[in-house]
Design a protein around this ligand. Sequence first.
Ligand code: ACO
Length: 436
Amino acid sequence: MSQDTVSIKNNNTGEQAEFSLLKGTLGTPTIDIGTLNKNLGLFTYDPGFVSTASCKSNITYIDGEKGILLYRGYPIEQLAKQSSFLEVAYLLMNGELPTENKLFNFSNEINHHTILHESLSGFFSGFHYDAHPMAMMVGVVGSLSAFYHGQLNMEDPEHRRISALRMLAKMPTIAAACYQHSIGYPIVYPRRDLEYCENFLNMMFSLPSQTNAQRDKQIDPITVKALNLLFILHADHEQNASTSTVRLASSTGANPYACIAAGISALWGPSHGGANEAVLKMLMEIGTIENIPKYLKKAKDKNDPFRLMGFGHRVYKNFDPRATIIRETCHEVLAHFPTDDPLFELALALEEYALKDEYFIEKKLYPNVDFYSGIIYRALKIPENMFTVMFVIARTAGWVSHWLEMMAEPTHRISRPRQLYTGYDKRDYTPTNLRK
Ligand code: ACO
């Protein structure tokens, strides 16, 4: 990393100070303003962290203008085409692609940790059948911290590695259990002989009366392939809102399972991972192709809170490379599972309308990955309220990788942003009987 400097001058006082200009391997140079307050008595104001790098990281790189996404240097297009989700998870967590032998061992370790403590399984029965699965995810993943705490030594890299593996391994089991609970079926136990995505599909869709042979038959290879792809595309996205939440919570030294639960909460919002579910809800609200112009008008109206869900991105301003890949898969999946679902046709028409609309062109609002992922999940018969849960399974790979990276740093400080205070100046307390 090479270093130059940048001068910042306070034009009101004439004071000036030099700051290091940090240059990473790729991307925008970054001013190290850590000493700004000490040198010039100033803070920076950047709501939404539009221009602020919160950490150094060597996991994922995004160039939003060029539509580039790299995991540990590998282009997402290559990984999406040639890799599996577990291989990508290994890459994110360890920095290098695994050899055949290492991948075999990693898969075995993951399989070993898929099972839930029987007492944890009991937690599901505390939720009403119609609880949102994301609410159950937050609660159950957070409660893993009650099972794994005393024996955890966060200074020990092996303890950290096992904690990360456990989270990745248990997430599909917990996710499928949320669904089985919501339809009133018993939890299906994970199987050691199935691959990660197959295992999830088996736990998700098995009926209590089925034999293993019957269950095996319903694990469709196209579905497994699509799921691997969706999980790869969603595995990491550098310092997004949920990953930053995991990092912020972890900076206090909190239990890692509780930190991941915080990430799940952040992901749930419709501006982030909740967008895939919101896209489907929006399509249902629009209803027919004839209504599209009316809803586009609403999306453009500043006085109307309606936004076109699945469009726009904080970082990607030309196209989302994940959306380009997923769009192709969307067509493959729809061809494999022919359907007369009117929402698919509506989604494709909406995409066409929006891409030709001046407002969306001018503001560089393109379909993001979640516009298509919801459509694919629907074709794969994943219920709508499970869409964001699917995102959780995939993003766990990224969250734990960032957690591992952060915890391995020799010094990490608690994250503590500053603020621009806009409240009252100091004033004196008056007793209630004297207040007007
Ligand atoms: N529909 C209509 N107008 C939009 C949309 C949209 N989906 N997205 C942005 N705009 C407009 C805004 O009104 C704003 O207009 P203005 O400049 O006239 O004020 C301008 O485009 C910029 O929007 P911001 O909200 O400032 O952009 P920001 O980078 O903060 O937000 C976000 C990005 C949250 C993704 C936004 O585009 C959005 O809400 N999209 C819909 C939700 C969505 O799909 N989220 C998933 C993101 S991908 C992910 O998390 C996996």
